[in-house]
Design a protein around this ligand. Structure first.
Ligand code: G3P
Length: 225
């Protein structure tokens, strides 16, 4: 099971605070390993911090980028290169997050090309989708490893997708397939995770539950419980 925390650009998750929160994930991971639970914590880091974080932590915990582009070495001004991420030790990338979407007017060409390019570079790709149908389309047309289904209206809120729309998780698993679905939006508790797993997801993607918490380690341990 994967618990992927996206630190976005929360003040608690950038610069030296990113280091602190990554260390919290490492500490939580150690405790979970002791309990012999098959749970993998991972942290998605802002592009401006990721090289620093990788130098310090990439050997200890899976680090994800929050975005990358379909761009190679050379004339790629301002782009985030998958090959550079891999060289830094980044494990994977989140693409098409609803706060940073590729697709406009149902044109998925650039997204699909970028997913496949990132995969080819060696990154694990978690591609976000706003609906099970969109997730199905992406899964059928790309090599994405995971599809993270997140209803945008619940992102950053207090009501989780697990409690308010459990049927959406089952629908996503039906449409996309059982080994590929992560679920996100409002996930904060062990009960949210349990519902997601019961409905067939293989993990969760979350942000504010950790980034806005005063006790992030306890939250992680509760999620893993
Ligand atoms: O990337 C994770 C995300 O969009 C969900 O955010 O704050 O609802 O856990 P949050």
């Amino acid at each position: 099971m994967i618990i992927l925390t996206n630190l976005k650009a929360y003040p608690s998750g950038v610069f030296e605070n990113a280091e602190t929160l990554v260390q919290v994930h490492i500490d939580a991971q150690k405790e979970v390993v002791k309990l012999k639970k098959n749970i993998n914590f991972a942290v998605a880091i802002n592009s401006l911090d990721i090289q620093n974080i990788c130098k310090k932590f990439a050997n200890t915990i899976d680090i994800y980028a929050q975005h990358c582009d379909n761009a190679s070495f050379g004339s790629s001004t301002g782009k985030i290169l998958p090959e550079m991420l891999v060289k830094m030790g980044v494990k994977g990338v989140i693409l098409n997050h609803s706060e940073n979407r590729f697709s406009s007017e149902n044109n998925y060409e650039e997204l699909i090309t970028t997913i496949n390019f990132a995969k080819k570079a060696g990154l694990t790709v978690v591609c976000c989708a706003e609906t099970p149908e969109e997730g199905k389309f992406i899964a059928e047309n790309s090599n994405a490893d995971f599809i993270a289904v997140e209803p945008p209206e619940l992102i950053g809120g207090d009501i989780s997708v697990s409690t308010s729309r459990p049927e959406l998780i089952s629908e996503s698993v039906e449409e996309i397939g059982s080994r590929k679905v992560l679920i996100g939006a409002g996930i904060k508790t062990g009960s949210d995770v349990r519902i997601a797993l019961e409905k067939g997801a293989v993990g969760v993607l979350l942000a504010s539950g950790i980034a806005k918490s005063d006790t992030p380690k306890s939250v992680l341990l509760d999620l893993a419980s």
